[in-house]
Ligand binder design. Sequence first.
Ligand code: GLY
Ligand code: MN
Ligand code: MN
Length: 476
Amino acid sequence: MVWQRSRLDQKILSPSPSFDVSVMQRTQQRKWEIMIKKLFRQHIKVQQERIARALTECSVDGLIISSGAPITYFADDQDAPFHATPHFAHWCPERSPFHLVHLRPGQKARLVFFSPNDFWHEAPTLMQSEWADEFEIIRVEDQSTRWQILGNLRNHAFVGPESKEAEEKGLVANPVQLLNYMDWFRAEKTDYELYCLEQASELGAKGHRAVRNAFAQGASEMEAHHIFLTAIAGREEDLPYPSIIGMDEKSAILHYQQKRNTKVPQASVMLIDSGGKYQGYCSDITRTYFKASAPATFKSLLAGMEKLQQELCEQVRVGVSFKELHKTCHLRTGQLLVDTDILRNCTAETAFSLGLTKIFFPHGLGHMLGIQVHDVGGFQSNERGEQVPPCAEFPTLRMRRPLRAREVVTVEPGMYFIPMRLDTVRHNELRSYCNWTLINELLPFGGIRIEDNVVVEAKESRNLTRAFLGNDFAIS
Ligand code: GLY
Ligand code: MN
Ligand code: MN
């Protein structure tokens, strides 16, 4: 059964007003610990069953997964922000390098926990780790002993970036067949993972609310970025991906990476695509806002996109073809373009079949979400790794197969006025379908994207984002 927030809220978050606050906090903390430990135990139990089957299918006796090694910049002594191997993160929330998880069917998972004696850095500890009980933990201070301590690793596989080191020790590094099983399993979330994703959404929503207020008060893109970080009490490396915060024409750059420092109180539009991370799980949330100074057509488009996005979210169900949902999005986008007179002399269907909707909506409707923002498995048709053939009609679509229960997907329709895209039709035979006067008027206002994170269920869709963040897109 999927863990329901509302039940926990009632139990934990409704104390008697006369209750001593510190006792109350300790009680809440204790209840939370019990809950998270229980969820994590169930998660590991499911993982054990899955990996035992995968190892048997692959005729392997055991598996070592490494959290990975830091990446050092060329000719430098500085490392890039560390990202743990996702397969490791699926087992263990610890986020530092050089740990190993050792898995064998029917045996408790072992964790070789690397905690060096290092006075330059703070070494990781297992204090207050709600997940530690699920492992037999062996602490090592020295990288060179982390393999020896595991003893005989006959007929073992290895997953992680240190493939050369693993092969030298006789392990089969990153076997594709095993990775296919692991990727397939990773798409289907346990209750623990859904809880983490929900928490990541709640965190992301906090940042979004703060940034909406900041935009209303004339903040710059850079200020909005810092306000987001402050609201989630995080560093840049705690973000699931670099925040995208673009005002006016910059909102049409899909992965806009700059943050302008100049104050833009006169900006009419802001697009923010940013999320939170909880125990390694991501949220991926986008909102677009306009002020009174935006053109009437832009306002109509945003209202239309909000309606479209919500209808698409509601269609997320077990068995639904994501490709069909993407196509529906194109047809509805075409209708909006026709209704607002941006496209003329055609129907929505014609606009789609001529490729005109792709000019305004050039990316996929969404992708899987989990430990990675663009989570894996969207191209696999089964656990053995057979691939769903690429879709010639929508080559950029990352999710190509029908949705399965407990997968989490993003639903992120977009509509943009991208000069580079519009220039491809400005002078060819399709130009007569475009209302260039209106398009040129809208170009300085960039684009629109609305993105929520949705759990795939059998009977109804469960929108993780809307539980914490509405879409109050008009700033008066
Ligand atoms: N934030 C990147 C994406 O929406 O896919
Ligand atoms: Mn996304
Ligand atoms: Mn996004």
